[in-house]
Design a protein around this ligand. Structure first.
Ligand code: XIL
Length: 387
């Protein structure tokens, strides 16, 4: 029988060694974490801005349109938000109200009441109005799956686009005609995403959608809108290639397509940002004779340090670095954020923080006080070349 004392002494030694190693591992991990975040954050970078002019004025001075997405219920219930929105924004896009699930309560019924309210708000405050979105695989109404099939899909698509675009004909700055039709990960050779539209109508549903929209509203700028195009990652690279291929194909067939919308839901902790690659992509798009809109800009702060000052600095840096690159391309004519204030952002649900601190992805905080992200945008517009 081994000496008990000896065994327990040995065990203590092992435990001690083991915990030393794990403390070491934690320390190394922590150091790695710190140096990683230090590389994202530069406390010395100041985001000084001259004057107090709102973003829409600064953008306008360069021939750029600035605005944001907003929900009708928020403008109705929050007059301070409505005031800031009207001050800052030169263009308004409904975040919900022009999507199928809101517009189409039943197969034979259109409800324009909320979107009309927003169109009126935009008009009253001298803002442009923008439509999002006519064809998307998401937020389809409940009845859609039961009723729409291969036989009637074309009728539903054409009727929907014609009715909605006619309703706002002459009033829309631009329409996101088709949203998020690309998904290279699904491995089709054309890079198209599986969706009810693709399943029922084949790849030509995209061209059809643009033709119907152009016929009903010849004045609106017709946009193809997508995400995941911004970073130097294999996924984004594949998406850029597939989107370019789609745009080229549409243009070569004479489709009435006028612009690419780059959603630009950026990632605060992503370091793989390559200005040259992004600029080349923008130039390729522009060379097809297309304009470019930044349509849904925000910065995910899910994995950034909880300290709000550090987080705001990193988020602001991402805004300024991104915008200074994209605004260098003269084909970029508009920048819209996906919401104005951190109080109401889809990222609270879509990309919440694990420490449950509230997210801070937008130019105004939840009390409508402007943040460094606002300064970053103001600077990017001030430094942009004139269109
Ligand atoms: C989001 C809205 O912000 C959410 O409130 C809604 O529940 C789902 O849609 N890309 C788009 C937008 O094109 O329509 C999405 O908006 C965000 C991602």
């Amino acid at each position: 029988m081994p000496n008990r004392r000896l065994v327990s002494r040995r065990r203590a030694l092992w435990l001690g060694l083991a915990s030393l190693t794990s403390i070491g591992a934690i320390a190394t991990a922590r150091a790695g974490y710190q140096s990683y975040y230090q590389s994202l954050d530069n406390p010395k970078r100041d985001f000084k801005v001259t004057g107090y002019a709102p973003l829409k004025k600064r953008a306008e001075a360069k021939g750029i349109i600035f605005g944001s997405a907003i929900r009708q219920d928020l403008l109705v219930s929050d007059s301070r938000l409505a005031t800031s929105f009207a001050q800052q924004c030169g263009i308004l896009v409904p975040e919900w109200e022009l999507k199928w699930n809101i517009l189409r309560p039943a197969p034979d019924k259109f409800d324009f009441s909320k979107a009309d309210w927003l169109a009126q708000f935009a008009r009253t405050h001298g803002m442009l109005f923008r439509g999002h979105t006519l064809v998307w695989y998401q937020v389809l109404p409940k009845w859609f799956n039961e009723i729409v099939n291969r036989q009637n899909a074309e009728k539903f698509l054409v009727e929907h686009i014609a009715t909605v675009t006619k309703h706002y004909a002459g009033q829309m700055h631009s329409w996101d005609v088709v949203n998020e039709a690309i998904e290279p990960e699904q491995r089709r050779s054309d890079g198209l995403r599986n969706s009810p539209w693709l399943e029922f109508l084949g790849p030509d549903y995209i061209e059809l959608a643009f033709r119907v929209a152009a016929q009903a509203d010849p004045k609106a700028l017709l946009v193809y809108n997508d995400y995941g195009l911004e970073y130097d990652t294999p996924t984004d690279e594949a998406r850029r290639t597939a989107v370019l291929k789609l745009l080229e194909r549409l243009k070569s067939r004479g489709t009435p397509l006028h612009a690419l919308g780059i959603q630009s839901h950026l990632t605060g902790h992503e370091t793989r940002f390559n200005p040259k690659k992004l600029q080349n992509f923008l130039a390729d798009v522009a060379s097809l004779g297309l304009k470019i809109l930044i349509t849904e800009l925000d910065v995910v702060d899910q994995k950034l340090p909880v300290d709000a000052a550090v987080r705001d600095r990193i988020v602001a840096r991402v805004y300024e670095d991104f915008l200074s690159v994209v605004l260098d391309e003269p084909a970029v004519i508009a920048v819209l954020t996906w919401g104005l204030s951190d109080r109401h952002t889809w990222l609270s649900n879509h990309a919440p923080r694990s420490d449950s601190a509230s997210v801070r992805p937008l130019p105004f905080d939840s009390n409508l006080k402007s943040k460094l992200a606002w300064n970053a945008m103001a600077r990017a517009f001030d430094n942009a070349r004139k269109r």
